[in-house]
Design a protein around this ligand. Structure first.
Ligand code: NI
Length: 190
């Protein structure tokens, strides 16, 4: 089922999400709906609060991007970043902040403890695009948006776009969001 995407003025995007205790039928159904909603919106990552559920659950699929065709989709539950290394700057977009892009500095690699879709504990190191998308999505679970991590000067430049979203003055072609380029050349929305 395609679920509407919450936008940045929605309260659920500013809350701390609750951990999952396990994966039951309802959670499996939510995961399936999240994949459907993300694909429909041409996103490469989606966190549960973006579909109105304040749960520590996120999905990602970057296989549509050039040179990431072989990367398997991921389901990440109750993630916890154990350590980080390096840093880099990359332009980000977000399905919940349609029409806005901005440079965000983040660690370039992370060691992550999480539960997979079978609720089995995993500890893994991620770098590059996966590390970037994971950190963006994990931020959603603590009520942080990429615009909160932008330089103040850059943030001021997008204030008009943010006001437009707040007023509902936006055109999107998925339930409350915007399609984005997935060919690796354009903005990535997650
Ligand atoms: Ni996002």
């Amino acid at each position: 089922m395609i679920l509407p995407i919450t936008t940045y003025t929605d309260e659920v995007l500013h809350q701390t999400a609750k951990p999952l205790k396990g994966v039951d039928g309802a959670v499996e159904e939510l995961i399936a709906s999240m994949f459907e909603s993300m694909e429909n919106a041409s996103g490469i990552g989606l966190a549960a609060p973006q579909v109105g559920h304040s749960l520590r659950l996120l999905i990602l699929d970057i296989s549509c991007m050039k040179s990431f065709e072989d990367v398997a989709p991921m389901v990440v539950i109750n993630p916890h970043i154990l350590s980080v290394k390096g840093k880099n700057l990359m332009e980000e977009g977000c399905l919940s902040v349609p029409g806005v892009q901005g440079d965000v500095q983040r660690p370039s690699s992370i060691t992550l403890k999480y539960r997979d879709r079978n609720f089995l504990e995993q500890t893994e190191e991620f770098s590059g695009m996966l590390a970037r998308v994971l950190q963006h999505e994990i931020d959603h679970l603590s009520g942080t948006l990429f615009i909160d991590r932008m330089e103040k000067r850059d943030r001021r430049k997008i204030q008009k776009e943010l006001n437009d979203i707040a007023e509902g003055n936006i055109e999107v072609d998925y339930p409350l969001a915007r399609a984005c380029s997935r060919d690796g050349g354009g903005t990535i929305c997650m």
